[in-house]
Design a binder for this molecule. Sequence first.
Ligand SMILES: Nc1ncnc2c1ncn2[C@@H]1O[C@H](COP(=O)(O)OP(=O)(O)O)[C@@H](O)[C@H]1O
Ligand SMILES: [Mg+2]
Length: 286
Amino acid sequence: METASTGPVEGHANVPATDQPLLEVRSLVMRFGETLVQEGVSFKVEVGAIFAIMGVSGCGKSTLLRQVIGLLQPAGGQVLYRGTDYWAGDIAVRTKLRSGCGMLFQSAALWSSMTLLENVCLPLEQLTKFDRGQREARAAEVLGWVELEKFGAYYPADLSGGMKKRAGLARAIAAAPPLLLLDEPSSGLDPISSKHLDDLILDVRKRTGAAVVLVSHELPSLLAIADGGIFLDADSKRPIAHGSPKELRDHPEHPTVRAFMLREDLPAQQGNAPDPNRREQAKSSR
Ligand SMILES: Nc1ncnc2c1ncn2[C@@H]1O[C@H](COP(=O)(O)OP(=O)(O)O)[C@@H](O)[C@H]1O
Ligand SMILES: [Mg+2]
């Protein structure tokens, strides 16, 4: 049987082509109750880009992804897909726009009672008109892309951390969404598995043409694959730098960006109180 072709899947509710950026975030405000997490977050992601969201633990990276994908409503600002305002739209508009995003959650978030093949079939059930045979063929195809073709009948509990991440990636890309959101895809992986995942992300972009928004603490990974980015500051609760990880490493204008990109401690005289999250990260990145 012929497997589904790469690229946008027939029946998939794609974001219509316009000359607007694939994703634009304008002056986003993130809050939990009275607590401000970030404000003034603005950036654009063009087709085919790999865009990095950087910053120390707790600065709001996962919250930002949740607001972009429509799981959490921003306290202000806009999330635009091809110029259409997600949060201003009705349920039909939101459902259509959300179907253009595939997300790999920080925890991979596979359904433990389902096999890998069933997990990867889920978005195809929701987003395509494929029959069961076509769904299984497509799921087997994308499991092959992440080198899990022999594990379709396994349950998540039987897999290593790296395999779960790869299975989560396969599920995120199954319906060939134009935008992929990856939350710390390589956290907890050894350097070789991490490099392998980078190569897979590049390979997926080549095969599907998807743009990728990537949250990562892994500098080698960020430097290797991201071509744009934003740095969110936990202290001022605002973005403090825009640019690719390479640009920010080579020209870090803010001391916090410099400390992150060059793995240095912040100068004590800056009045930067030791932040347990930042210390943890500084230790783990050595
Ligand atoms: N559901 C929630 N309710 C209240 N506070 C939250 C919730 N989720 C995250 N936070 C807080 O928001 C801040 C940003 O969290 P998060 O987006 O997970 O950061 P990051 O992904 O950058 O580590 C943290 O201070 C976190 O404790
Ligand atoms: Mg996070």
